[in-house]
Design a protein around this ligand. Structure first.
Ligand code: PLP
Length: 383
């Protein structure tokens, strides 16, 4: 098999036979001619399948090292498609710090359909095993997590899921397949918010699922068609454009993030820095085993009040104050006041999300400009 960098550019795509166009066409047609009733050329209706989307699906499957890929209109639509394959009465075990939208979908939508979810600290394998029951059909993992970058031992967790005949799904959004391929570690399915690093330019929303299991893939295809949460051809094209540069972008994201993380770790204003590449990170060894590098996300807890921290994140000039992550531009946010504000303060603090916590999506700008920007914001906000 060709190497990752080559597949990121070519997998699922070839010059067009008729025109020689090197890049895949944005195929806008919603319907496709049939030679005879029921005899199509591979496509019949655009919700069911579309050539631009098919190119993206093949590309993503190749990058995750899986057989089958399915693209969706958002990361949430992909997660929803996975949950759609479960039945009333089934149980899910999920990490206790999964993405808030996943938590909301499980607790405010699927619980109404009698799907019960047990949230547990999945970095503690004994706690994970204790949460599993014969009715557990799905183990839901993220690694690294948001915003504390906790690392889950995917292989060991997938083995536990296997013992209980449950599927193991990994949301690989933070790591990307360039840095971590959960299927190689025993996961049954991988899902993504393509909105983040895979799109890579903060200009497209999308989601995906990759698996080696044809039966599961058929079910996801059924949900794509039956529920209709599929991406349009333009969105599919934009993500395909993004995946071509994923390896070079991720290298720089990792390099910049590692440099900022070690600088911050030695900074007087910082109490704690969360970055899986630091020796001080509790998940460092596992991350070093299951990831090729440590990613572009860094969280730092400043010795600062909620107000001082709000001032800090508003004072940056190169970092943009905004939610989301994974684009070429650096973003800064304050979980306590933004992404995780819905969690009651006491509960939030107990989960380690204190008032002085700041999350950085480290982009591709010159790292010295990023460092200087953080330094001036720290000086402006913290006494
Ligand atoms: N998974 C993770 C880890 C995320 O961070 C997000 C969004 O922030 C999602 C899933 C949902 O993706 P989307 O916003 O594309 O629906």
């Amino acid at each position: 098999m060709e190497r990752f960098e080559t597949r990121s550019i070519h997998a699922g795509q070839a010059p067009d036979d008729e025109t020689g166009a090197v890049m895949p066409a944005i195929q806008l047609s919603t319907t496709f001619e049939q030679d005879a009733p029921g005899e199509d050329k591979g496509y019949e209706y655009a919700r069911t399948g579309n050539p631009t989307r098919a190119a993206l699906e093949a590309n993503l499957a190749s990058l995750e090292g899986g057989e089958f890929g399915r693209a969706f209109a958002s990361g949430m639509a992909a997660i929803d498609a996975i949950l759609h394959t479960l039945e009333a009465g089934d149980r899910v075990v999920a990490g206790n710090d999964v993405y808030g939208g996943t938590h909301r979908l499980l607790t405010q939508v699927y619980d109404r359909h009698d799907l019960e979810t047990k949230f547990v600290d999945v970095t503690d394998l004994d706690a994970l095993e204790a949460a599993m029951t014969p009715d557990t059909e799905l183990l839901w993992l993220e690694s690294p997590t948001n915003p504390l970058l906790s690392v889950v031992a995917i292989e060991a967790a997938a083995e536990i899921a296997d013992e209980y005949d449950a599927l193991c799904a990994v949301d690989n959004t933070f790591a990307t397949p360039y840095l971590q391929r959960p299927l190689d570690h025993g996961a049954d399915l991988v899902c993504h918010s393509l909105t983040k690093y895979l799109g890579g330019h903060s200009d497209v929303v999308g989601g995906a699922i990759v698996t080696d299991d044809e039966g599961l893939d058929d079910q996801f295809g059924f949900v794509q068609n039956a529920a209709g949460g599929t991406p349009g051809p333009f969105e599919s094209f934009l993500v395909l454009r993004g995946t071509k540069t994923l390896p070079v972008r991720m290298d720089r994201h990792c390099e910049n993030a590692a440099q900022l993380a070690s600088w911050l770790e030695n900074h007087d204003a910082a109490d704690q820095v969360y970055y899986p590449g630091l020796d001080s990170h509790p998940g460092h060894e596992i991350a070093a085993e299951q990831m090729d590098d440590f990613g572009g996300m860094v969280s730092v807890e400043f010795d600062a009040s909620l107000d001082e921290t709000s001032e800090l994140v508003a004072a940056t000039e190169v970092f943009t104050l905004a939610e989301s992550l994974g684009g070429v531009e650096s973003l800064i946010e304050q979980p306590a006041a933004m992404t995780h504000a819905a969690i009651p303060r006491e509960e939030r603090i107990e989960a380690g999300l204190r008032d002085g916590l700041v999350r950085l999506s480290v982009g591709l700008e010159h790292v010295e400009d990023l460092q200087a920007d953080l330094q001036q914001a720290i000086e402006a906000a913290i006494e």
